[in-house]
Design a binder for this molecule. Structure first.
Ligand code: G6P
Length: 369
């Protein structure tokens, strides 16, 4: 096992650090930025299904569901296709309206999650076209779907999902870009900018990983907290949910993710000097609005850990701690902002003496309902 961990203390940390390569493996052969094309056989062979779809329904559980939420923003923004994101467990039991004009995308790292599998079977019975985004090759979900795209993240051992999440987002971004180009919903300059930026993501993830020492230092300050709030807007709202999930999964600190603007409808009541608030406040994506959310937290003495774009000034003046990530296109920012949140949960869990790779009560793959 020590050899498998490749010199890292835990699989989770190894997998966090594998992300630049995993993302590259995911787009290799698919993203041809110099030619301006995205090639994905599962989409190419079923293009009409996607182009004629009334809507896309995404089903998933856990972290994969968060990747689905990011995809909702990406698909609607880039390809102008309506998207609904569903917990597989709710979808399958609520007699959902599904038609032959619907495309269902199931996202699953393991490809074995029982609820997701059941949702797929239901959608197939109703005549929908079902597409899988899985990591494990030959898994049940990969076999049960009509077509699909693998994430190629390599084996993920840590129960808390890290590289599976960022590679799922990578695959879904490729699909959205491909459909956007077919439909003409993105300007050519925007489309090419996205291709080039996506190609640059692995290098930028490397840079984001350089925050590790700083994140470790910040973790020391907050390791004994009982609660933590995560806020983000737009593309980074699902990242806030995922950051909170990571913290609760492995450190057992109660954490909640919220859309920043919803703070005033509830969570603001919880803010005092004992409440750390992690705010994703990157440039682009409603930056000024997030800055005013930060001001509201500060005036209530909340402790602010902000994820900002390199070179940021305004947030630096307000926050207790700032962690920088490189600048990128708005739609790709979750691939970078997620990184320090993964590291934060990792370090806090280690400092609390938790079993990082195998947290209590959780399983890597949930094959029961
Ligand atoms: C479990 C795992 C999570 C994972 C979820 C969905 O809860 O602990 O890390 O996100 O299942 O799993 P899947 O394999 O379908 O992505």
């Amino acid at each position: 096992e020590e050899i498998e961990k490749g010199g890292y203390d835990h699989f989770m940390l190894k997998e966090i650090y594998e992300q630049p390569k995993a993302i590259q493996d995911t787009y290799r052969g698919r993203l041809l930025a110099d030619k301006g094309i995205v090639k994905m056989s599962g989409i190419d062979q079923n293009l009409e299904k996607f182009l004629n779809a009334n809507r896309i329904i995404i089903v998933a559980c856990g972290t994969s569901w968060h990747a689905g939420l990011v995809a909702e923003y990406i698909f609607e923004d880039m390809a102008r296709i309506p998207v609904e994101v569903e917990y597989a467990s709710e979808f399958r039991y609520r007699n959902p309206v599904i038609t032959e004009k619907d495309v269902l995308i199931a996202i699953s790292q393991s490809g074995e999650t029982a609820d997701t599998l059941a949702a797929i079977k239901l959608a197939k019975e109703k005549g929908a076209f079902v597409f899988g985004v899985c990591n494990v090759v030959g898994s049940s979900i990969a076999r049960e779907t009509h077509a699909g795209a693998y994430t190629h993240a390599g084996p993920e051992i840590g129960v808390a999902s890290t590289k599976a999440f960022t590679t799922q987002i990578t695959v879904l971004t490729l699909i959205a870009l491909k459909l956007a180009q077919e439909k003409g919903t993105l300007s050519q300059s925007k489309y090419h900018e996205y291709l080039a930026e996506l190609e640059a993501v692995p290098t930028k993830v490397e840079k984001a990983l350089l925050s590790n020492a700083l994140v470790e230092e910040i973790s020391e300050t907050y390791k004994d907290s009982s609660n933590c709030l995560y806020l983000g807007r737009g593309y980074n709202f699902p990242v806030a949910l995922e950051g909170a999930l990571k913290l609760k999964e492995i450190s057992y600190i109660h954490a909640e993710g919220y859309p920043a603007a919803e703070m005033k409808h509830g969570p603001i009541a919880l803010i005092d000097e004992h409440m750390p608030v992690v705010v994703i406040a990157t440039k682009k994506g409603h930056y000024e609005k997030v800055v005013s959310n930060i001001q509201e937290i500060k005036s209530r003495k909340g402790r602010i850990i902000a994820i900002v774009t390199e070179g940021d000034k305004a947030v630096k003046e307000l926050a207790d701690h700032v962690i920088e990530v490189p600048e990128t296109s708005e739609g790709l920012s979750p691939l970078l902002t997620t990184i320090p949140l993964q590291l934060l949960s990792y370090h806090i869990a280690v400092m609390r003496g938790c079993n990082v790779d195998q947290p209590r009560n959780l399983a890597k793959s949930v094959t029961v309902e």
